[in-house]
Design a protein around this ligand. Structure first.
Ligand code: HEM
Length: 211
C-alpha cells in the first residue's frame, strides 16, 4: 500500500474505515478552528502554546461527547451516571487491566456491517442507493480504503449517514465483516476480531466470565 494515500492523524488506525476517518477529520478541523480563534484572543502565545491550548479543547470536547452524550444513551435511565460534583485530584485517573484489555472493546459488537451515505440534497431526504454495488457502504469492502471513500463521497455524507442509522445491539454477536472479512483482500490473512479479543484476554490474564 502506498503510504502517501494515508492520513497522518494521531493514530495510524484512523485510516481503517471511512467513519472513523471522517470523525478524526472533524476533530482535526475543530482543533485548527480553536487554534485560529486562540491566536486572536491570545496574540502573544507561541505556536506550541496555541497547539496545546487547542488540544485541550479537543480533548474536552471528546470527553463531553463520551460522558454526556454516548454514555447516557448507552446506560438506561435505571443506571444513570453520578452527577459531576468537582474535580478530585486525589482520585487516580488510571484504568484497570481488565477494563483496558477487555471491557473497553465492548463496542466491537455494536459495529454495523455497512454505513448509510446521506446526500446533501436541498429539501429532500435522500441516501445514496448504489455504493459499489451495495445500497450502503459495506465495511468488508472498504478496509483501509478510507481516504478514497472520504474523497469520493465527502465527510458530510458519511457523518450525516452515520447519524441516520442505529448501532448494532451491544451483545455477544459480532458482524461477519469483523470476523471472516477482517481486513479484506489486501491483508496477509483473515482475522477474527472476536477470537483476537478472547486471545488478548488470555494474554492479559483476564479472569474467565464465570470465575
Ligand atoms: C470497524 C470497527 C473496528 C475495527 C475493525 C476494530 C478492530 C480492532 C482490532 C484489529 C484491534 C486489535 C486487537 C488485538 O490485537 O488485540 C482492536 C482493539 C481495540 N478496539 Fe477495536 N475495532 C473497531 C471498533 C472499535 C470501537 C468502536 C471501539 C470502542 C469505541 C473499539 C475499541 C477497541 C479497544 C479499546 C481495543 C484495544 C486497544 C489496545 O489495547 O491498544 N474498537 N480493534
Amino acid at each position: 500500500m502506498d503510504p502517501e494515500r494515508l492520513y497522518l492523524l494521531g493514530d495510524p488506525r484512523i485510516n481503517e474505515n471511512p467513519g472513523l476517518l471522517s470523525f478524526g477529520l472533524i476533530l482535526f478541523r475543530w482543533h485548527n478552528l480553536q487554534a485560529k480563534q486562540m491566536r486572536v484572543t491570545h496574540p502573544t502565545w507561541t505556536d506550541e502554546e496555541l497547539f496545546q491550548g487547542a488540544r485541550r479543547w479537543v480533548i474536552a470536547s471528546l470527553q463531553k461527547i463520551i460522558m454526556y452524550d454516548f454514555l447516557p444513551a448507552m446506560l438506561n435511565e435505571h443506571n444513570p451516571l453520578p452527577t459531576y460534583t468537582r474535580y478530585k485530584p486525589d482520585v487516580p485517573p488510571g484504568i484497570s487491566n481488565v477494563f483496558a484489555a477487555a471491557a473497553f472493546r465492548f463496542p466491537h459488537s455494536m459495529v454495523p456491517p455497512g454505513m448509510l451515505l446521506r446526500m446533501r440534497t436541498k429539501g429532500k431526504c435522500t441516501f445514496r442507493s448504489e455504493v459499489g454495488g451495495y445500497p450502503a457502504l459495506r465495511m468488508c469492502q472498504n478496509w483501509w480504503n478510507a481516504q478514497d471513500i472520504v474523497q469520493e463521497y465527502s465527510v458530510d455524507e458519511i457523518v450525516l449517514g452515520m447519524a441516520s442509522q442505529i448501532a448494532e445491539t451491544e451483545d455477544s454477536i459480532i458482524i461477519d465483516d469483523l470476523r471472516d472479512f477482517l481486513f479484506g483482500p489486501m491483508w496477509f490473512t483473515r482475522l477474527d476480531l472476536a477470537a483476537i479479543g478472547i486471545m488478548r484476554g488470555r494474554d492479559n490474564g483476564v479472569p474467565r466470565y464465570n470465575d
